[in-house]
Design a protein around this ligand. Structure first.
Ligand code: TYD
Length: 167
């Protein structure tokens, strides 16, 4: 079985016409452990500022930061889960959707403000898509990069995730 998340067809069928709001829309659906973290905002007529401190706004020790940018229209990213990695995902510029799957339920988060972070615990399958032009997806991660930490096969993820739930 492939991942049930097909962000491209979802984008085609459901996302056009979606109203861009100035508030954080509640997620559509539910997925265990994934939640929006409110980040501090220092508003200023010269431009706003948001900061992140390990141990405060970020619920893990930050070992790595990476960002996605120059994503061509219609492209999607992700399509994997992590054995131990926790992440906080921020739309540092523009907007995009993150669809998360805990093996039982899925939820879609539309990230469109730089002062919200999406926390994803370990063992969360994710797809990112619907990137707006010029968007930047900033990711804080709990561990250095390790290919061994990835599930790139959805079935393998599902088997292990469900085994953990039954343990
Ligand atoms: P991947 O995590 O699959 O990208 P995404 O989930 O955004 O689609 O990473 C793509 C490639 O980038 C992967 O083959 C290895 C490399 N990479 C690093 O070298 N270091 C990193 O911290 C990350 C996230 C990826």
């Amino acid at each position: 079985m492939t991942s049930p998340i097909d962000i491209r067809s979802e984008r085609r069928s459901r996302l056009p016409g979606r109203r861009v709001t100035d508030w954080n829309p509640p997620p559509e659906g539910n997925a265990a452990g994934c939640r929006i973290v409110d980040l501090p905002r220092v508003t200023d007529p010269r431009g706003n500022l948001t900061f992140l401190e390990g141990g405060a706004q970020v619920p893990f020790d930050i070992a790595r930061v990476y960002y996605l940018y120059d994503v061509p229209g219609g492209e999607s990213r992700g399509g994997h889960a992590h054995r131990r990695l926790e992440q906080l995902v921020i739309a540092a510029a523009g907007s995009f959707d993150v669809i998360v799957d805990d093996g039982t339920e899925t939820a879609r988060f539309h990230l469109n403000r730089s002062y919200y972070g999406l926390y994803m615990p370990r063992m969360t399958w994710r797809e990112l898509g619907n990137f707006s032009s010029g968007s930047v997806c900033l990711v804080l991660a709990s561990h250095p990069y390790s290919e061994e930490d990835y599930y790139r096969d959805y079935d393998e993820f599902l088997v292990d995730r469900r085994a953990e739930e039954q343990a």
